[in-house]
Design a protein around this ligand. Structure first.
Ligand SMILES: O=C(O)CCC(=O)C(=O)O
Ligand SMILES: [Fe+2]
Length: 192
């Protein structure tokens, strides 16, 4: 059991470490495509990125209940740490595969914004979490996000998506989930 101060500093240290890592990975991914790698340092500041701590209680009807519904993340990239329980699955070649739990490893997921910004060179990965009958599961995710005013625009001469601000993207997702379709449509809404 950690005391309050110790908890704060542990989380603070984790946040600083993964935030530096996320910036570095984003830079490398941009450099690989010959794109402007300073974009993330300029637009994804500490105040716009966030950590989410997930707790999935054990579930007696686990075959019928998702811990987290299938989704893609609405960010540039996500750094995820999961415990030893397992349950994270992602779509690879059209099939759901289980990510082997390894508490000593970090999982890096590409999000919707990187897909748009890279004009589809990097793909936002669809993922979900199943529940476990016997044990609860914990994970912690860091989301690399820009400020709401940041424009997401591909440098390609034939952009697949139209230019949009992160605010517009978030609003569209909220509108779809809560009013229009009942689920997140995501990037297909922004096709040119
Ligand atoms: O708990 C996990 O492994 C995944 C969490 C996740 O996908 C999310 O928080 O967006
Ligand atoms: Fe996610």
């Amino acid at each position: 059991m950690l005391g309050r101060l110790s908890w704060d500093s542990t989380i603070g240290e984790f946040a600083t470490t993964v935030s530096d890592l996320a910036q570095r990975i984003a830079e490398i991914l941009a450099e690989n495509l010959g794109l402007k790698s300073t974009f993330f340092a300029e637009n994804c500041l500490a105040g716009t990125c966030y950590l989410r701590m997930n707790r999935y209680p054990q579930c007696p009807i686990s075959s019928e209940v998702f811990g987290l519904m299938p989704h893609t993340d609405s960010d540039f990239l996500t750094i995820l740490h999961q415990d030893q329980v397992g349950g994270l699955q992602l779509v690879k070649d059209g099939r759901w595969i289980t990510v082997k739990p390894n508490p000593k490893a970090l999982i890096i997921n590409i999000g919707d914004l990187f897909q748009a910004w890279s004009n589809g060179a990097y793909k936002s990965v669809e993922h979900r979490v199943t529940t476990n009958q016997q044990v609860e599961r914990f994970s912690i995710a860091y989301f690399l996000c820009p400020s709401y005013d940041t424009l997401i625009q591909s440098c390609s001469e034939a952009p697949v998506y139209r230019k949009f601000s992160f605010r517009e993207y978030r609003q569209q997702v909220q509108e779809d989930v809560h009013e229009t379709t009942g689920y997140k449509v995501g990037l297909p809404r922004f096709l040119r």
